[in-house]
Design a protein around this ligand. Structure first.
Ligand code: NAP
Length: 298
């Protein structure tokens, strides 16, 4: 029997509907709404398109949204001063810097200048540390791992005591999701293994996984025979493998051989339409959470 498809597109809409209700509730209770600023330096087409999508989503939820586009020539000093302005702006609860930044600006220096209590991307070292501590400390989980965990929970997959294998150890996906799944708490309590390019028996580890999370960036890396029957497979990979001549759009593929895998596992995320749509959604969720925190709680 073919696996249940965990649709990120469908889940995104469910979560956005819930967030919209929460924003209305916040407005009724405090007279205020979440405030989000998106800082874009220069106008590279890919960055403009990401930022536009974030702004469109924020506006659809009724956020106070500022798009702050700066010239590609802005100095590091001026950019740091701009961040400081938003750090102290009481109407702003989330600050986003669209990466990559121009070469003359140090990405880390800029990201580290954001007030950790407004760092809704969850990239500030303080928030990385909070994720490591877990529990109530973990206020801003990074958005892609948060989306992965939300998909696992909402799909009804049991995580407590489950064998989770994470393929990949990047700072933005592999490491944080591994830590999050190993924490005490709902949607976690798993036994986690991280595998990477130096792992001796990649297939053997994957075969043990009740939940297999793959974030390697290698098309079709995970073969169907590596998948445990009935398991949940979360494919984070987004790989451009060609161009659709009719539409002019890139053909995308995940890290898992989806067609073959879906005949073996119990649940699986597609690419596209799986983890991808969840990332911006979780950014919105973090911003709502931040606003509540700044208003003293629900
Ligand atoms: P990354 O920084 O390139 O890290 C890839 C990781 O996978 C590394 O730890 C690497 O191991 C491991 N890996 C690569 N090839 C492998 C192999 N053959 N066997 C075992 N491990 C292997 O990538 P990332 O930023 O985490 O992104 C991973 C994928 O997720 C990409 O396709 C990216 O586009 C996608 N992604 C999607 C979203 C989204 O949907 N919203 C967000 C972020 C990323 P080593 O450490 O040993 O090199």
């Amino acid at each position: 029997m073919s696996a249940e498809i965990i649709s990120g597109t469908k889940m995104r809409q469910e979560i956005l509907d819930e967030l919209k209700k929460e924003v209305d509730e916040m407005k009724a209770k405090t007279g205020k709404v979440p405030g989000l600023v998106t800082i874009l330096v220069g106008e590279t087409p890919a960055s403009v398109s990401y930022v536009t999508l974030k702004i469109k989503t924020a506006k659809s939820l009724g956020f106070h949204e500022i798009q702050d586009t700066q010239s590609v020539d802005i100095t590091e000093e001026d950019l740091l001063a701009l961040i400081e302005k938003y750090n102290t702006d009481p109407e702003i609860h989330g600050i986003l810097i669209q990466l990559p930044l121009p070469k003359h600006i140090d990405d880390n220096k800029v990201l580290n200048a954001i007030n950790p209590d407004k760092d809704v991307d969850g990239f500030h070292p303080v928030n990385v540390g909070r994720i490591m501590i877990g529990g109530d400390e973990a206020i801003f989980p990074p958005c892609t791992p948060a989306g992965i965990q939300e998909m696992i929970v909402r799909s009804g997959t049991e995580t407590s005591g489950a064998e989770v294998v994470v393929v990949g150890r990047s700072n933005i996906v592999g490491k944080p999701i591994a830590i999050m799944m190993a924490q005490k708490g709902v949607g976690a309590n798993s036994t986690v293994t991280i595998v990477h390019t130096r792992t001796k028996d990649l297939a053997g580890h994957c075969k043990r996984a009740d939940i297999l999370i793959v974030a390697a960036g290698v098309p079709d890396l995970v073969k169907p025979e590596w998948i445990k029957p009935g398991s949940t497979v979360i494919d984070v990979g987004v790989n451009r493998v060609g161009m659709n001549e009719k539409t002019g759009k890139a053909i995308l593929k995940g890290d898992v051989d989806f067609e073959a895998a879906k005949e073996i596992c119990g649940k699986i995320t597609p690419v596209p339409g799986g983890v991808g749509p969840m990332t911006i959604t979780m950014l919105m969720k973090n911003t709502v959470k931040s606003a509540w925190k700044h208003f003293g709680g629900k």
